[in-house]
Design a binder for this molecule. Structure first.
Ligand code: FES
Length: 108
């Protein structure tokens, strides 16, 4: 397997109703995560990009959260409709999507 140029971590953490912390699972992260895998399939980027679903990345109130390495760029409030832009701009052209960046006081 080739070492990926970008590794995307998509939070799919869920928490039960009444839990004191919110979770990405309560905010449609599953649909958004599925879109990452769909876009990977459509674009055939398997030798360049790896997508991994993960547990909590930290800034739950700003989720759904997505973290891209090697840059360490965290995105917040990511929805299914944002995923194609993340591929077009960041994953394929090295231009992070500024409008989705996590505020510095949550990730910086
Ligand atoms: S539950 Fe997704 S960042 Fe914490």
């Amino acid at each position: 397997m080739a070492k990926p140029l970008k590794h995307v971590f998509v939070c799919v953490q869920n928490r039960p109703p009444g839990h004191p912390r919110p979770s990405c699972g309560q905010k449609n992260c599953a649909d958004m995560a599925d879109e990452f895998f769909w876009q990977m399939q459509q674009r055939q980027l398997f030798d360049k990009v790896q997508v991994t679903t993960t547990g909590c990345l930290g800034p739950c109130s700003e989720g759904p959260s997505v973290l891209v390495y090697p840059e360490g760029v965290m995105y917040g409030h990511v929805s299914k409709s944002d995923v194609a832009e993340i591929f077009d701009e960041h994953l394929e052209n090295n231009r992070p999507v500024e409008r989705l960046r996590m505020p510095k006081h949550f990730w910086g």
